[in-house]
Write a protein that binds this ligand. Structure first.
Ligand code: HEM
Length: 129
């Protein structure tokens, strides 16, 4: 039996991470439910797409594209310019949950990823409410 790979491998490597990130930002543009989250982002999402893709590759146990380009992520510090409370966190999680589902990610893997995302998203909050 082969060892189970990293979450990066289980998801399907770079092309699958890219597809997940692209669906996540497409949904942010399309769905009214994520309008507040969308409003925090720049008008053009190309830079946001690339950064989240590079970051998630490493975060999932794949290549460290983000760190190679930008050094330590300091993710919480990089989010301080944006007011993030419970509502913003919940929209981020709902948008990612929908993207995972629509990309057909295996239910068990998706559940594990949601748990891990939830911890990071909680930690990103920088204001009450
Ligand atoms: C909790 C709710 C969150 C909100 C409202 C939020 C919002 C934002 C915004 C507005 C940006 C700037 C986009 C840009 O410069 O193009 C950003 C950047 C970023 N976010 Fe989030 N984010 C959240 C959670 C997360 C989570 C959970 C992750 C990772 C798992 C993440 C990863 C990133 C990365 C890697 C960047 C690029 C940072 C940089 O290099 O400037 N974010 N986020």
């Amino acid at each position: 039996m082969t060892e189970p790979g990293t979450p990066f491998d289980q998801l399907g490597g770079e092309s699958a991470v890219r597809a997940l990130v692209d669906r996540f930002y497409d949904l942010m543009d399309l769905e009214l439910a994520y309008a507040d989250l969308r409003a925090l982002h720049p008008a053009a999402l190309d830079g946001s797409r690339d950064k989240l893709f590079w970051y998630l590759c490493g975060w999932l146990g794949g290549p460290n594209h983000y760190i190679e380009r930008f050094g330590h992520p300091m993710l919480r510090a990089r989010h301080l310019p944006y007011a993030i409370g419970n509502a913003e966190r919940d929209q981020w999680m709902a948008c990612m949950t929908q993207a995972l589902r629509e990309c057909g990610v295996d239910a068990g893997l998706a559940q594990g990823l949601r748990n891990a995302f939830q911890g990071t998203a909680d930690w990103m909050r920088n204001r009450a409410g």
